[in-house]
Write a protein that binds this ligand. Structure first.
Ligand SMILES: *[C@@H]1O[C@H](CO)[C@@H](O)[C@H](O)[C@H]1NC(C)=O
Ligand SMILES: *[C@@H]1O[C@H](CO)[C@@H](O)[C@H](O)[C@H]1NC(C)=O
Ligand SMILES: *[C@@H]1O[C@H](CO)[C@@H](O)[C@H](O)[C@H]1NC(C)=O
Length: 288
């Protein structure tokens, strides 16, 4: 009974959520200027400094080998009126915020990710690839673009840091605790770490379409994994070497030239790493 009740409540939640309107929409007409890669960056209302760091670095609108890269921030709402007002002002100034009416808390991350996927499906199906990542992740968009072009795939691609055999954490004190009522299975389907995953844009529409019939789980990366399993889309490595790091990496220019993501990066580090990569990137590195 509990299980049924849980999935009924959340089935309702996803449906209502899908029908909700966008409070903030970015300034872009994808049919006129289709991006090659859309970066969807989860962020919370109070993290404006982290958003500024991303805007100044890997999230700045630019062409990489002629391919357009755009970054947008995914935000929920806050009960703090001042913060809410400043998000609206920030959206008007930078035109890069996507927001719907749901409370911006960790346990609503699945709704936040689904909002980004809905936006791509409805407003930017002309893009080629989508990446979902976070403001405390460093993204080497140069290497990512190179690898996507080299991969030469335009449909049913899903890649990132693959987690093929994760088990639900049943320890109640854990941040990632999931009860048996929420997820009764003993293993999760394959999924990619939520710190950074990349997919071809057709996958966004397919996930959006199937999401209502997938049991809700608050872990957004697992939820996407459940959708992919239902769609029979397999996860793939982008490169034979590891390039997505869900952990922190010590900075070295030669190392960072050959990674796509690493985690736990502070705003001032975003600026340092980016400056090194963009300005000193031609420095010789040993072949690895
Ligand atoms: C998620 O957002 C909804 C809509 O604002 C809210 O009712 C709900 O309490 C939020 N979830 C959590 C766990 O706070
Ligand atoms: C990319 O894939 C297409 C179709 O699968 C193929 O025709 C083309 O030769 C490939 N290009 C490269 C550079 O491998
Ligand atoms: C959406 O899902 C329905 C069945 O659930 C399927 O018939 C339809 O082809 C799907 N559409 C897309 C765009 O995937």
């Amino acid at each position: 009974f509990l299980k049924e009740q849980h999935s009924l409540v959340y089935k309702g939640a996803i449906l209502i959520f899908k029908n909700g309107t966008f409070l903030q929409l970015p300034d872009i007409d994808c049919s006129r200027t289709p991006p090659f890669l859309v970066l969807l960056v989860t962020s919370s209302p109070g993290q404006n400094e982290a958003r500024m760091a991303v805007r100044q670095t890997w999230g700045k609108q630019r062409l990489v080998t002629g391919k357009r890269i755009m970054a947008y921030f995914l935000l929920g709402t806050t009960e703090n009126q001042n913060e809410q007002t400043s998000v609206t002002a920030e959206s008007q100034k930078y035109g890069d915020i996507i927001q719907k009416d749901f409370l911006d808390v960790y346990y609503n991350l699945t709704l936040k990710t689904m909002m980004g996927i809905e936006w791509v499906h409805k407003f930017c199906p002309q893009s080629r690839f989508v990446m979902k990542t976070d403001t405390d992740v460093f993204v080497n968009i140069f290497y990512l673009t190179e690898l996507l072009l080299r991969k030469n795939r335009t449909t049913r691609l899903f890649t990132g840091f693959l987690k093929m055999n994760e088990l639900p954490i049943r320890r109640i004190s854990s941040k990632w605790y999931v009860g048996k009522d929420e997820y009764p299975g003993s293993t999760y389907p394959p999924f990619c770490s939520g710190t950074g995953y990349v997919f071809s844009t057709d996958v966004a529409s397919q996930i959006y379409n199937i999401s209502e019939s997938v049991p809700f789980i608050k872990l957004e990366d697992v939820f996407i994994g459940l959708c992919l399993a239902k769609l029979k889309i397999n996860l793939e490595e982008l490169h034979s070497e590891q390039t997505f790091f869900p952990n922190r990496l010590e900075f070295s220019l030669c190392r960072f030239k050959k990674i796509v993501t690493c985690h736990y990066v502070k705003s001032h580090e975003q600026l340092l790493y980016w400056y090194a990569l963009e300005k000193l990137g031609d420095e010789e590195c040993p072949d690895i």
